[in-house]
Design a protein around this ligand. Structure first.
Ligand code: CA2
Length: 145
């Protein structure tokens, strides 16, 4: 199974700022954690991050034929991007939406996701473990994808 992990804007700052909200692990450390689990599950993993909406959309367009499923943390774009939603709907890639923080325990504008209804499911609030849980969920859903 091939899974692409796509990380949105500002997640490159992980571990360097706002540790109370997002923890102390860097994005590279989260990637290492996820790679160990992916190896364990026999998943071929691609890891990407961009701060640019268009680049994220291009990455989604590239998924058919390249990945069986997507683990997506669209970060701030989760709550604003009709264009990313449209890209996900267009390629019809099965995906799980993940968030480090519990977005429902935060500001009201973070309670709404413009893509969650297209996802297999959403995992939020477990820090870097959200990614591990999301990976396992995609792996467990592989018969359906
Ligand atoms: O909890 C998550 O994973 C979020 O997707 C993170 C986004 C936020 O806009 C979403 O509401 C929830 C923010 C990512 C920014 O990451 C930073 C990391 C360190 C310092 C500053 C920002």
């Amino acid at each position: 199974m091939r899974i692409t992990v796509l990380n949105g804007p500002n997640l490159n700052l992980l571990g360097t700022r706002e540790p109370d909200q997002y923890g102390t692990a860097t994005l590279a450390e989260v990637e290492s954690l996820v790679r160990v689990e992916a190896d364990h599950l026999g998943i071929e993993l691609e890891w990407r991050q961009s701060n640019h909406e268009g680049a994220l959309i291009d990455a989604i367009h590239e998924l058919p034929g390249r990945a069986d499923a997507l683990l997506l943390n669209a970060a701030g774009y989760t709550h604003t991007s009709v264009a990313i939603r449209d890209a996900l709907a267009a390629v019809r890639i099965p995906f799980v939406e993940v968030h480090l923080s519990n977005v429902f325990a935060r500001e009201e504008f973070r309670h709404r996701s413009l893509m969650a209804d297209l996802a297999i499911g959403v995992i939020a609030g477990f820090g870097p473990r959200s990614y591990l849980l999301g990976l396992r969920a995609l792996h467990a859903s592989r018969a359906d994808v």
